[in-house]
Design a protein around this ligand. Structure first.
Ligand code: HEC
Ligand code: HEC
Length: 303
């Protein structure tokens, strides 16, 4: 009996150590990542598609490029305050190296080796190409430094433990790059990349489980608004979703913010449209093609 307990104890220690080990932050370690001549216009497009300013712009002022952070983002786990990502060397990310920036976006890991909380939607940004992230890094360098730091997050236990995010990542961060589907058109693939990667559309338009992970089978079928108020619509081809919208309707909505019945898209979508509307026409068209191809989960039973 004692021996059995001893063995169980040893197994427990090994299991705990293994769990601790696998939950350690994973890095992109390709250094040096080689010469690269950045494309600033593309960096700006990634900034717009990624909606960085929706979360990181200083609230209660009108400049979307004033990235001082501090907006209160409510969630079921508490309130997150996105940090200052301006070029300020102390309060912002002015001192980040390119590789540190890449690791933040693709791995959700900070320069000092801590996990970021997934309220920073790196679960989508991980699909971005290295060159898009590098262009974005250079674009951010052109924006002004802003002094001041955002308040600390107000999270309830145990969600405030960063180490725990390592376990969360094992479940919900697959570390896979975007893979094009050769059976589809280049336009569809471009749309898939923009929607699944920088656009992070699924982060809002999908229901989440109790751990805050996206429910795979219901990706894009909408769900409760994490901020607490109302529902986020289903954007698949189900009856409750966009089955009655044409590709062009979706394109127009992403361009003008108007739905086919003349309503204006509001709430957090208004800001998304303001950004996406500044992308190239081809980019928006490609997104519409991809969204129109999302299979519906089937009509829901009528109450
Ligand atoms: C939905 C809101 C949201 C969006 C959109 C968003 N972020 Fe963030 N970001 C956050 C939050 C919240 C954190 C803090 C995470 C933490 O403390 O663990 C963060 C952290 C960061 C950090 C780490 C800063 C530091 O001081 O360590 C960087 C860099 C960053 N974001 C860049 C970006 C870029 C670039 C984009 C656009 C491609 C972007 N973010 C879009 C919410 C967001
Ligand atoms: C920050 C959360 C958020 C993100 C990210 C987001 N959306 Fe939305 N979206 C919403 C909300 C909220 C609405 C509902 C707006 C309303 O009711 O006025 C909406 C509505 C829509 C609609 C209209 C659906 C309908 O039935 O009226 C479309 C189409 C849409 N979003 C597409 C997208 C695409 C494409 C992306 C990625 C580029 C995206 N959304 C990213 C929150 C988001």
């Amino acid at each position: 009996m004692r021996r059995l307990l001893f063995i169980l104890l040893i197994l427990g220690v090994i299991g705990g150590a293994a769990l601790w080990f696998v939950a350690l932050p994973q890095w992109v370690t390709v250094e040096p990542i080689g010469f690269y001549s950045p494309n600033l216009a593309n960096g700006r497009a990634m900034f717009l598609a990624g909606g960085c300013s929706s979360c990181h712009a200083t609230p209660r002022q009108n400049d979307p490029l004033h990235l001082g952070g501090g907006l209160a983002l409510k969630s079921p786990f508490g309130t997150f305050y996105p940090p200052n990502i301006s070029q300020h060397p102390r309060d912002g990310i002015g001192a980040f190296t390119e590789l540190e920036f890449i690791n933040a976006l693709l791995k959700g890991v900070s320069p000092d080796g801590q996990h970021y909380f997934p309220a920073f939607p790196y679960t989508s940004y991980q699909r971005m190409t290295l060159s898009d992230v590098r262009d974005l890094f250079v674009y951010l360098k052109t924006l002004p430094p802003v002094e001041g730091r955002a308040p600390a997050h107000e999270l309830s236990f145990p969600f405030n433990i960063r180490e725990g995010v390592g376990l969360w990542k094992l479940l919900f961060l697959d570390g896979e790059p975007f893979r094009a589907d050769p059976s589809r058109t280049p336009e569809w693939n471009r749309g898939a990349y923009l929607v699944e990667g920088p656009g992070h559309c699924a982060e809002c338009h999908s229901p989440r489980n109790l751990l805050g992970g996206i429910v795979h089978a219901k990706r894009f079928t909408g769900g409760p608004n994490p901020a607490g108020k109302g529902l986020i619509p289903d954007i698949t081809q189900s009856e409750d979703g966009l089955a009655s919208w044409s590709e062009d309707d979706i394109y127009k909505a992403l361009t003008s913010g108007k739905s086919p019945d003349g309503d204006t898209l509001g709430s957090s979508m208004a800001e998304i449209v303001r950004n996406i509307a500044q992308l190239s026409e081809q980019g928006r068209k490609a997104m519409a093609v991809y969204i129109k191809s999302l299979p519906g989960a089937g009509a829901k039973p009528k109450p």
